[in-house]
Design a binder for this molecule. Structure first.
Ligand SMILES: Cc1cc2nc3c(=O)[nH]c(=O)nc-3n(C[C@H](O)[C@H](O)[C@H](O)COP(=O)(O)OP(=O)(O)OC[C@H]3O[C@@H](n4cnc5c(N)ncnc54)[C@H](O)[C@@H]3O)c2cc1C
Length: 385
């Protein structure tokens, strides 16, 4: 059995429920099994597959299947159990789980020693007009199929397509769509509507300068400081920030990438234990996008943080069950972040936020990071920090 500092086991087999089999959940699963191969782990997730979300925009180039791993495969690979269910993650429920040490799922009772909540922060699918797409649509249908199904019905020579949101996700989809149309030789008008004065505003200004220059080269119209209001029939209604001026534009299809669910973040202490009414839930941990740790470590909504939090929570679950009960604080700082700008370009930072890299070097960094996660999915952990 691998050695984990400050962990002197008391039990050979813990019962652990992981709610959410995304990046944080899988990182926790592999870490737990590394130090406790006999752990009895159940993953609960409403999806049938683990989705490599960081690749989702690439379904314009590769089959969606390449980015899906059935939970049944992970069950076999790691010897864990999988239950297809969506749990209601509310404070009352969490307090009940902590008190009872069991969860009722699909009318069955699942006893546990520890729970890890890693349910992400993706926005729920909402009712909307047929010509509006959002991230949820790409979980089940490849990008080209989604676009083709909407554009096939148009008789416009050069249909207008609006992408809303110039954050990391919106930008990655925007460039993939532009390149997809070019490859397919489809005539189109593509525009980006963004509520801020520059794209990727959470990153250094060089990111925005680089990206906006590439957008110009691809003839993408940019509407900065503009709020999306609604899409009705074949028009998009927007409002200018500051002046309140409202206008509409033709739009055959609108793609919404306007961020994550703002509610439902769980507070946690620096060890990853959920905090409710200022009290740590001793047996309920959280990790990934749904968690906000009260610590010096990074709380960014990224796969990088999700994996680090998942691994830390797993180590602390084991330590908390051990003799010493000495837990490790979360101190991970982001090492970099790369945003892809289509198949052959990217922009990112490495080591220091102002160390901006673009083009092939940035693409190579992204590939390396993705390969590291692919290895983790096979059970090989190469994360040093
Ligand atoms: C297009 C795109 C590109 C990205 N690129 C990058 C990148 O290059 N680098 C980077 O660091 N980050 C990137 N991100 C962000 C990254 O994907 C997320 O930060 C990461 O997926 C968070 O991991 P997570 O485990 O917290 O949540 P997720 O990976 O979203 O997993 C959450 C899981 O919980 C399940 N779940 C949800 N609700 C419930 C419930 N009630 N009960 C049970 N299960 C539930 C979901 O089905 C899902 O399987 C990208 C995101 C997108 C959308």
């Amino acid at each position: 059995m691998a050695f984990l500092p400050f962990y002197i086991p008391r039990q050979k087999q813990l019962k652990i429920v992981i709610i959410g089999g995304g990046y944080a959940g899988i990182a926790a699963l592999t870490t737990l099994l590394h130090y406790m191969p006999d752990a009895n782990i159940t993953i609960v997730d409403p999806r049938s597959h683990h989705i490599k979300i960081t690749h989702l925009h690439e379904t314009f180039r590769y089959p969606l299947q390449d980015f899906l791993i059935p939970f049944s495969v992970l069950e076999q690979r790691f010897g864990c159990h999988y239950i297809c269910a969506k749990l209601s993650i509310e404070e009352d429920n969490i307090q009940q789980w902590q008190k009872n040490k069991f969860i009722t799922i699909n009318k069955e009772t699942l006893e546990f020693d520890y729970v890890l909540i890693a349910s992400g922060a993706a926005a729920e699918q909402s009712d909307r007009a047929h010509n509006i797409l959002d991230l949820n649509d790409f979980f089940t249908t490849p990008g080209p199929d989604l676009l083709n199904s909407h554009l096939v019905t148009t008789n416009q020579a050069k249909p207008f397509i609006s992408v809303i949101g110039g954050g990391a996700t919106g930008i990655q989809f925007l460039f993939e769509i532009a390149h997809f149309f070019r490859r397919q030789k489809i005539e189109y008008n593509l525009r980006l509507i963004h509520a801020n004065d520059r794209v990727l505003q959470q990153f250094p200004t060089d990111f925005s300068i680089y990206t906006e220059a590439r957008m110009k080269e691809l003839s993408i119209d940019f509407y900065p400081d503009t709020y999306y209001r609604e899409q009705k029939n074949e028009k998009i209604f927007v409002e200018v920030k500051g002046t309140g001026r409202k206008f509409n534009l033709p739009s055959k299809l609108t793609l919404l990438f306007i961020g994550n669910r703002p509610d439902n973040y769980l507070s946690a202490n620096t060890f990853g234990q959920v905090i409710i009414d200022k009290q740590p839930m001793q047996n309920i941990f959280t990790a990934g996008d749904c968690s906000s740790y009260n610590s010096f470590g990074s709380n960014t909504i990224t796969a990088q943080s999700a994996v680090r939090k998942g691994k830390l929570a797993a180590r602390n679950i084991l330590r908390s069950s051990g003799v010493l009960k000495l837990l490790e604080p979360y101190l991970h700082r982001d090492l970099g972040y790369v945003i892809s700008l289509g198949p052959t370009d990217a922009v990112g930072w490495l080591a220091l936020e102002n160390n901006v890299v673009g083009g092939i070097p940035a693409l190579v960094i992204k590939e390396l990071v993705e390969c590291q996660y692919d290895l983790l999915l096979t059970g090989i952990d190469t994360y040093l920090i």
